[in-house]
Design a binder for this molecule. Sequence first.
Ligand code: KG4
Ligand code: ZN
Length: 336
Amino acid sequence: MKILGIESSCDETAASVLEYDGNGYKVCSDIVASQIEMHARYGGVVPEIASRAHCEAVTGITEKALSEANITLKELDCIAVTAYPGLIGALLVGVNFAKSLAYANNIPLVAVDHIRGHIAANYLTQKTEYPFIAFVASGGHTSVVLVSGRDKHKVIGGTRDDAMGECFDKVARVMGMPYPGGAAMDKLAYEGKPEIQFPSAAIHGDTLDFSFSGIKTAVLNYLNSQNQQGKEINRANVASSFVSAAVGSVIKKLTLAIDMYPCVKGIALAGGVAANSHLRTEVGELCKKNRIALYMPELRYCGDNAAMIAAEGALEFEKKNFAPLSLNADASRWEN
Ligand code: KG4
Ligand code: ZN
């Protein structure tokens, strides 16, 4: 089958054509228009600007995805669109565009959950064995999910406050890096030493939950205190210490998760933060130590994209879970 994915939940307008033969996926096109430059000067995503930019981009991006895949609308078996969770105005652009396209061309429509889409990014280029634990971390979400089958997800942990990516971006911002600072922080951390003690984000005890707001505040307090005392700040050491504390917290909870669910055959990373090189390396070592598999999307499928939405959409299509034309977007709903 040929499926068109459309993604507009935050600050990327994306469209992709995917072929699925019931076994594997072939990405025929994968177009992403990032709005980062528009939001960078405000230090974060401005929802109103995001919605307007999606409106301007969505038609052209979709045409490009179809032409790069060398396919016409008539040849599509399905249209999959991110319907939740995300910024409501941004989601509505993609949802209404997809509904119109589906209606006008008589193509079945399916609604896709963005977080499940991030997990599905893992299926695009590798085979996975169930059950596995997915650690999904993006700018808006951080969850630990037990994935026992292609359609069997159970949330077993997550953040109680800030998302991991949000934490990276906020710390990066106070250190003068442009939005979104996660990737720059990743790089800078290699130039320093983890000499400063920042608190763990892993919540104490037998839970798989995190609190990333504590690390963020600790870094801010450290920077303020150094400034007030007129002391020089070694930015690379701050970055290295922060990344080490943040990644160390994830390792701590994933170690506990493996203890709690000894049946798991692997750990999958997903979401924008899955691009973090320190996280990829350390989770890799954890998996090696426990003799389980490490699954990671290719870097280009970690951040928001529509190939992952089409991949999850293929499952909804197989389940015949078609969306009605009354489909609405939902900012907070998350199916698991
Ligand atoms: O999944 P995504 O593209 O969008 C959301 O659904 O939120 O994730 C974006 C997040 C941002 O917070 C960004 O700073 C973070 O992923 N990110 C990183 C890295 N690359 C992107 N965080 C840490 N290290 C990276 N290399
Ligand atoms: Zn995302």
